[in-house]
Design a protein around this ligand. Structure first.
Ligand code: PHE
Length: 371
């Protein structure tokens, strides 16, 4: 669904990573995976990510299990390990994820995530930052609040900085510089240290992503023990709610409703869009065609439709532009969608408004109706 708001957001995220992470040949370093099956093994969803046997997320009441071996992924992190094993060091995964959860304005059992992973080998990290000197990424040290036992302080500092600034700048790119953000310490079995990013939405802090420095044990098990890296997982619905002012997560399921979808019909995915609430009553769809007069302007017609029809007009769009060679005349056909916010609009009511619009168009714009 090219124009679904989640897809517009996904395209913006991909563009951001393509633009900001390029190698010396000017090619993007991140590869994008967006059609991996949501059916995963318990091993992929939990064990490969070091989730303890007794962790709450493993409960039958938390996830959708298909049988004792398979489940619907609860997060896109399920694919980290397999993708790393193929040798990748930078990738994004987009996908639908499934959790048994309450249903309210910001929770729904199916939602979408974007996962990002970036790995570095030895000196790559320091040379990228133009830091020279005898720095290492590994040591045999102690685990503490800020690092894992095998990681050096210096390496973690650089990774944390890159991770946080990457995600903050993504937020600025999406929402503009004025967006309020805050970092909160977090816990995930597969990262340490870990953080969450929250953004202000409708006066409240909304958690939009989790991230951290990847557990070395995970990387070693995936055949990348010589590398160090960061990962994040972000919730697309919640970002899109903030981005388009969509008040309720359930609105994203209105992909069969042109009142919802038409609002996101833009070529450039970064076009600013402010969502207008869509009625939950049925639409009444009409066509109107007429011969144009000299000086006719499409925008005059749109204004007229809004003036005469008022709030009951949900959408107007040109569906046909026809030139009659013999008559040497142009005609336009428009589709007008009527819908009331507070009740089901009857056929009779819609007929009356449609007729009023037709009459006003011929009177004020001089067009000749083609009934
Ligand atoms: N998978 C975590 C979640 O769904 C988010 C996450 C991804 C955290 C990657 C850290 C690293 O909440």
């Amino acid at each position: 669904m090219k124009h679904h708001p989640l897809n517009l957001l996904k395209r913006q995220i991909v563009d951001y990573f393509y633009k900001n992470f390029i190698n010396r040949q000017k090619n993007p370093v991140f590869s994008v995976y967006d059609s991996i099956s949501p059916v995963v093994t318990l091993h992929q969803n939990f064990d490969s990510l070091l989730v303890p046997e007794d962790h709450v997320s493993r409960k039958l009441s938390e996830s959708f299990y298909l049988n004792s071996e398979y489940m619907l992924r609860a997060h896109t992190s399920s694919h980290q390990s397999d993708l790393i094993r193929t040798g990748l060091n930078a990738f994004l995964v987009f996908g639908d994820v499934y959790r048994r959860d309450t249903i309210d304005s910001s929770h729904y059992p199916i939602f979408h995530q974007a996962e990002g992973v970036r790995l570095y080998r030895g000196q790559e990290l320091f040379s990228k930052m133009n830091i020279t000197g005898d720095y290492q990424i590994f040591e045999n040290g102690e685990k503490n609040e800020t690092k894992q036992p095998l990681h050096t302080k210096e390496a973690v500092m650089i990774l944390e900085h890159e991770l946080k600034s990457t995600l903050e700048n993504l937020a600025f790119e999406l929402f503009g510089k004025d967006v309020e953000t805050q970092w909160v310490d977090a816990y995930f079995p597969f990262t340490h240290p870990s953080w969450e990013l929250e953004i202000k939405f409708q006066g409240e802090w909304l958690e939009v992503l989790g991230c951290g420095i990847m557990e070395q044990e995970l990387l070693t098990a995936a055949g990348a023990g010589d590398q160090i890296g960061w990962a994040f997982g972000l919730g697309l619905e919640r970002l899109a709610m903030r981005l388009y002012s969509i008040p309720d997560i359930r609105q994203f399921w209105r992909y069969n409703d042109s009142g919802f979808m038409s609002q996101f019909d833009v070529k450039d995915p970064s076009t600013p869009i402010k969502y207008k609430e869509v009625s939950s009553y049925p639409q009444r769809i009409y066509n109107m065609s007429f011969w144009l007069t000299d000086g006719y302007s499409e925008n005059d017609f749109y204004d007229l439709v809004r003036n005469v029809g008022g709030d009951v007009v949900e959408q107007v769009r040109l569906t046909d532009d026809f030139y009659h060679p013999k008559m040497k005349r142009h005609s336009h056909c428009y589709e007008i969608v009527y819908r009331d916010m507070s009740k089901s609009l009857s056929k009779e009511e819609a007929n009356i408004i449609h007729k009023q619009i037709g009459e006003a168009a011929s009177k004020e714009l001089g067009v000749e109706n083609r009934w």
